[in-house]
Design a protein around this ligand. Structure first.
Ligand code: SF4
Length: 349
């Protein structure tokens, strides 16, 4: 019999399974509390009858990912983790300590096939989607390792979350559940490169999460070069979907804009960006590009970044230049995983 992973399983489903095997419904809640405390061995679930613990071993298990590498930035505010999955694949997760709380940036796929030109995660394509259990475990393992309660979660690591929709939604619901992590939906962010039909679907889901859209260029000709997805869903379609999301959810959108030297950091780009988004309730995150060895990518000079920011602000757009939390540890999407895969060796902790 194929055993069921209890991590990420909706409570109702577990209640049904447990009742179906002749046990009281409340046992399901007891089990879930252990699971989200990080206990994966049924024999340690001490408030369950011995018989139930034995039975659970026969038809269920609790998925586990394993920390294989950990890099702490010099500032001490950022830690990047590499995790090994059951099938041997490697993913990365980033922990960031902010003044307002503790945040985890979670991967949603092994690699990615969206092909964004500034991103190391996409160089070898997408291997597979992550399960809700594997996403939950990234948060659990980081929380345990840091001995800090995680207060914010961003699905912005490797992968395009909207192409792994069902598992991502399951994951967010566990984060929100009092039996899980009890994190408000308002403290969760899902990032997308612009999968237009799924933005509409997410808007109708009625979860007050923040949607973060990777924009990176305000003209189709340029965005086509930086983000191939733009050829499928061009800017006018993306902006329409974003407006629908804001209207339907009442939430402010975040636009991510990686500034790449000589590519999308000109005055013309800033002016076109203003025209594109000025009537949207939004916030822009400017991210000075992290150089990537395999690609010809450099970050603009500080004065160029400041001028870009000033132009947006002059037009009433709220802007933040993203704090450099972990440049020394390859904290940008996919960089550490890539380095480790290239080196071909993982030394366990
Ligand atoms: S930026 Fe995001 S969507 Fe684009 S290739 Fe990287 S992981 Fe994929």
């Amino acid at each position: 019999m194929e055993r069921i992973d209890l991590k990420g399983l909706p409570l109702k489903k577990l209640e049904g399974l447990i009742e179906g095997k002749g046990w009281e419904k409340y046992r399901a809640k007891q089990v879930m509390r252990w699971v989200y405390k990080g206990v994966s061995d049924f024999s340690e679930m001490t408030n369950l009858p011995q018989k139930l613990r034995r039975e659970l071993k026969e038809w269920a298990y609790v998925g586990n990912i394993e920390i294989v590498k950990k890099h702490i930035s010099k500032t001490g505010y950022t830690t990047k983790y590499l995790f090994k999955l059951d099938d041997g694949n490697i993913i990365e997760t980033v922990y960031m300590k902010y003044s307002y709380g503790n945040s985890v940036c979670v991967s949603s796929q092994v690699g990615c096939n969206m092909g964004c030109s500034f991103c190391a995660s996409t160089i070898d394509g997408c291997v597979r989607n992550l399960s809700a259990s594997e996403m939950i475990d990234q948060v659990l393992k980081v929380q345990k390792d840091q001995c800090q309660k995680i207060t914010h979660v961003v699905v912005m690591g490797s992968g395009e979350p909207l192409l792994n929709y069902d598992e991502v939604i399951k994951f967010l619901k566990v984060l929100n559940s009092p039996l899980g992590f009890n994190i408000s939906f308002r403290r969760m962010t899902v990032s997308t490169c612009g999968i237009v039909p799924v933005i509409y679907k997410l808007a109708d889901e009625n979860l007050p999460i923040t949607l973060s859209v990777s924009l990176h260029a305000p003209m189709d000709s340029l965005r086509n070069r930086i983000m191939p997805i733009n050829k499928k869903f061009p800017l006018h379609e993306l902006i329409e979907a974003v407006k629908f999301y804001v209207e339907r959810t009442g939430r402010r959108i975040t636009f991510e804009y990686v500034l790449i030297k000589g590519l999308n950091d000109s005055k013309l780009c800033a002016e076109n960006l203003v025209k594109l988004i000025r009537d949207i309730n939004c916030h822009v995150n400017l991210i000075p590009a992290n150089p990537i060895a395999e690609r010809d990518i450099e970050r603009p000079k500080p004065e160029t970044i400041n001028e870009f920011k000033r132009l947006l602000e002059q037009n009433g757009i709220k802007v933040t230049v993203r704090r450099e939390l972990g440049r020394d540890i390859d904290a940008a999407c996919g960089q550490l995983r890539r380095k480790v895969l290239k080196e071909g060796v993982i030394n366990p902790l």
